[in-house]
Design a protein around this ligand. Structure first.
Ligand code: G3I
Length: 334
């Protein structure tokens, strides 16, 4: 078989990819087996999809992904146990439609985490326990989610405790985006320090890595890795992709003169950006225990629908026909 990313990076870290059950088949399925040694369910294990009603779980999609991993000797990172998005409708409500109390919500959280983590014990080596709890507003600390409104800060520590009790050997992550932007980074560090000081069973921090041709810069990325490293936590890049459009708000709308074309110039810039990222990753191999891409190839990426629906994006290492792009060759040339 041809050499894949996982082979080039054997001495560094596992290289993973986010998948759906559909993505396990056909040419993309072949690409997974050839290139990656870790997978993450893109949506199938989130609370909404996997636990649609209080007493009903939907295991089919998640089970298929875990079985594929078992069949092909891939690791699985579980994603995720607690998030403010993709939560099921029943979760925050009593039968009469009123909002649940903190006790009831924590009991539900416990039952959910206990059931899901135990089902895949020994098959899932790491979990994103809490996803994106820090606010995007620099004036705020935690995001003003239903979790926060009902429980205050406690839900975070509780989620880690429940996960650790369900599988003491699972590696437990706090996972977030824009983790390199100084103002958000500082608040994430503050949260992680609090959790460590309170002896909460947290092992690692996930830097999602939804990046662009503009950011993060190399100094920003190194500064962030140094700060997270200093906390004594392991680090993974958990959702890597490099958008060809800038992420700043004013550029989110489609510009009148903008086409969706992936020009040779953009491909070149993207390759240089990926080259820089992986050089930095290799430099941090002692704390960086994994790099996971968010989708398989440019055939399908969540960035085709966000933030501008219908604007095609090309953020990955493989093109729409699963062929390696310039960026791939830069990543494996060292
Ligand atoms: O499954 C339903 C389908 O039945 C329905 O017909 C269709 C119509 O809208 O929606 C389908 O669900 C969509 C789901 O993806 C599966 O395709 C949801 O609408 C859509 O919102 C959901 O998007 C996912 C998003 O998380 C949820 O907010 C993306 O695929 C997924 O890539 C994205 O992943 C997140 C990470 O979990 C956390 N970090 C950020 C990252 C990107 O947003």
């Amino acid at each position: 078989a041809e050499k894949g990313l996982k082979d080039y990076y054997k001495a560094y870290f596992p290289v993973g990819v986010a998948v759906s059950p559909q993505g396990l088949k056909g040419a993309e399925g072949e690409l997974i087996k050839q290139q990656f040694n870790s997978i993450t369910p893109e949506n199938a294990m989130k609370m909404g999809p996997i636990h649609p009603e209080e007493n009903r779980y939907f295991w089919k999609d998640a089970d298929e992904i875990v079985q594929f991993a078992q069949d092909h000797h891939l690791r699985v990172r579980g994603h995720n146990l607690l998030w403010h998005e993709q939560t099921p409708r029943w979760l925050f409500k009593n039968a009469d439609g009123s909002t649940v109390s903190k006790d009831v919500l924590l009991q539900r959280l416990h039952d959910h985490i206990d059931t899901v983590v135990k089902r895949y014990k020994g098959k899932i080596y790491a979990w994103d326990v809490v996803n994106e709890a820090i606010s995007d507003n620099p004036q705020e600390f935690l995001r003003d989610s239903e979790w926060y409104k009902i429980c205050g800060e406690d839900f975070i520590a509780k989620a880690f405790e429940y996960a650790h009790a369900a599988d003491p050997s699972a590696v437990l992550f706090y996972n977030d985006y824009n983790t390199e932007r100084p103002e958000k980074r500082d608040r994430i560090i503050k949260l992680l320090k609090k959790l460590k000081a309170a002896k909460v069973p947290i092992d690692a921090v996930g830097l999602q890595g939804h990046w662009s041709l503009q950011e993060p810069t190399e100094p920003e990325l190194r500064a962030a890795l140094d700060e997270y490293k200093a906390l004594g936590l392991k680090i993974q890049i958990t959702e890597l992709d490099v958008s060809i459009y800038p992420w700043e708000k004013e550029r989110r709308a489609r510009c009148p003169d903008e086409s969706d074309a992936f020009t040779p110039e953009l491909e070149q810039k993207q390759a240089a950006q990926y080259k820089m990222f992986f050089k930095v990753f290799r430099d941090y191999k002692n704390v960086l225990t994994g790099v996971t891409f968010w989708n398989i190839s440019d055939k399908y990426t969540w960035l085709d629908t966000y933030p501008v629906p219908g604007r095609k994006n090309y953020p990955l290492l493989f093109d729409q026909n699963q062929k390696p792009k310039k960026a791939f060759y830069e990543v494996v040339k060292f």
